[in-house]
Design a binder for this molecule. Structure first.
Ligand code: F6R
Length: 261
């Protein structure tokens, strides 16, 4: 079972996960991080940025692989995930741009971009820690409901709901690209540690389906139940539809001091 951690706030969640990443990097300065975009991981990136500043950490050896990218946005579009990762992660954390990979979303070469990305992840030795958010439709990465649990990086069609959810970053839902290229659920399962974060009541049904529902392509987030080392970090609102919430708190409160997430 995934470890379920329920904290008071997104900031507390950001601190916890940044701590886990800091520990990983202390052991392996060139560790490979799987990077999510969207609103959810921002508290993690902010907490990491503070640690970089205050402790003078050098993250220039860290390698990163973004989860996904829109297909067909013009090069340099401010909402392309390449631009978002540069703005939210590479620059503030002082990562080396050459070490940070984002799936290629340009139409030219799109047919082979997924296989190329998989090869690049393998060549890097695989992903040590994969950050994940979850969509209201239950997607992780952009693996929309119906995605194969064994899927690898490939082009997908975004649901109308995901396009509405992401309209806040664009002029309108119609401006959100129809297609994306995303790490598959099988790619995510290959990461050595997956950390799924979710905040707010809007995510509560998707979190409950992912953590306590049947493992099903209809609920892509449920793939975490197949992972040997999955951590789910929630605020109270996102945890509000979990049945076994008392048990998760009890486990967390009684966690052996030596055990990390
Ligand atoms: C982002 C990604 C998506 C988001 C999800 C939640 O790279 O792959 O799965 O994590 O859509 O988005 P936010 O965090 O904006 O609510």
């Amino acid at each position: 079972m995934a470890e379920i951690v329920i904290l008071d706030s997104p900031n507390a969640a950001g601190e916890l996960v940044a701590g886990a990443i800091t520990d990983l990097l202390a052991a392996r300065p060139d560790a490979v991080l799987g990077l999510a975009t969207g609103s959810t991981p921002l508290p993690v990136y902010s907490a990491l940025e503070r640690r970089v500043r205050e402790r003078d950490l050098d993250l220039s050896a860290v390698r990163g692989f973004a989860l996904d990218e829109y297909v067909g946005l013009p090069e340099g579009h401010p909402e392309s995930y390449r631009a978002v990762i540069t703005r939210d992660v590479v620059e503030p954390l002082g990562l080396s741009p050459a070490n940070v990979h984002v799936p290629r979303g340009s139409l030219e070469g799109i047919a082979t971009a997924g296989d190329d990305y998989e090869r690049a992840i393998l060549a890097a030795g695989g992903i040590d820690l994969q950050l994940l958010g979850i969509g209201t439709v239950g997607h992780v990465g952009f693996n929309e409901p119906g995605s194969s649990l064994a899927s690898l990086t490939r082009v997908k069609t975004l649901t109308a709901q995901t396009r509405r959810d992401n309209a806040r970053f664009f002029a309108s839902a119609d401006d959100v690209p129809m297609h994306c290229i995303t790490q598959g659920l099988g790619t995510i399962l290959r990461a050595r540690h997956v950390v799924l974060l979710a905040f707010g009541s809007g995510k509560a049904p998707a979190v409950a389906a992912a953590v306590e529902g049947p493992v099903s392509a209809s609920h892509p987030g449920s793939v975490i139940q197949l992972h040997p080392h999955a951590t789910v970090v929630l605020d109270e609102e996102a945890a509000s539809e979990l049945r076994e919430v008392d048990y998760y708190r009890y486990v967390w409160e009684n966690k052996p001091a030596w055990q990390r997430i």
